[in-house]
Design a protein around this ligand. Structure first.
Ligand code: KIV
Length: 265
């Protein structure tokens, strides 16, 4: 039986939630067998699958294609599909049309990046039956505006991340990815949040964690970010690596101090 939002909220009261990105049926089956709670068909596929240097070239058709494959391979986890750059920023109506395409491909929730500027769109989607996951902090679709993949929310920037999280939550997002922000900032957001917070380079205090699958198997391209641990090292097989990730996340042992960002570098 596929997990529901109700199940995830209940589980989050008992332990941390383990999420991984996934893009195909074979890996989906491995992740399902290891009882990963949520699979994210991330627009990171533009980088790890397609070889681009950002997520920007990814299309709705790309995410829908990979979502269909993942759903076939994994009957248990909650399925979240990323809304690609340009597929939701124009209007709530544009966002709804593209969210429908992703849900018809098998997603149960869509994820989009941004803060207060996306609130009306999130509300519009939620009121029409589309569960939404927000994404604040380092939002990779803003790489050109940020001038690179940089930690967000340091010093006076913390308030902007806090406000973005509050706006997304108030608009009705049931879940919130917090990426690459100082640990104390992420921890404070998680403590106050009514949404399920999912951290990546954020805080062990979030309700759950997410990593890009290729990164946690040591197959990421480029420099390894601080928030990544290679779970294949020392475990010896992909299923064992995924089981280790699930166990470490559930127990709150991942991320460790070396996988999160201090207030000041
Ligand atoms: O696209 C993606 O993989 C993501 C995660 C890094 C959260 O958005």
């Amino acid at each position: 039986m596929r997990l529901t939002l109700y199940d995830l909220r209940r589980l989050a009261g008992e332990r941390k939630l383990a999420t991984l990105t996934c893009y195909d049926a074979s890996f989906a089956a491995v992740l399902d067998a290891a009882e990963v709670d949520m699979l994210l068909i991330g627009d990171s596929l533009g980088m790890v699958i397609q070889g681009h240097d950002s997520t920007l070239p990814v299309t709705v058709a790309d995410v829908a294609y990979h979502t269909r494959a993942v759903v076939r391979g994994a009957p248990r986890p909650w399925i979240v599909a990323d809304m690609p750059f340009g597929s939701y920023q124009q209007s709530p109506q544009q966002a709804l049309a593209n969210a429908v395409a992703l849900m018809q491909a098998g997603a149960q929730m869509v994820k989009l990046e941004g803060g207060a500027e996306m609130a009306a769109t999130i509300k519009f989607l939620v009121q029409r039956g589309v569960p939404v996951c927000g994404h604040v902090g380092l939002t990779p679709q803003h790489v050109n505006a940020f001038g690179g993949y940089r930690v967000q929310g340091r010093g006076s920037g913390a308030e902007a991340v806090r406000q973005a999280a509050a706006a997304v939550e108030d608009a009705g997002a049931a879940m919130l990815v917090i990426e690459a922000v100082p640990e104390p900032v992420a921890s404070a957001i998680a403590a106050q949040s009514r949404s399920l917070t999912i951290g990546i380079g954020a805080s062990a205090d979030c309700h759950g964690q997410v990593l890009v699958l290729h990164d946690m198997l040591g197959a990421g391209l480029g420099k390894r970010p601080r928030f990544v641990r290679n779970f294949l090292e020392g475990t010896g097989s992909i299923p064992a690596a995924v089981r280790s990730y699930v166990a470490e996340v559930r127990a709150g042992r991942f991320p460790a101090a070396e996988n999160v960002y201090p207030e000041m570098p």
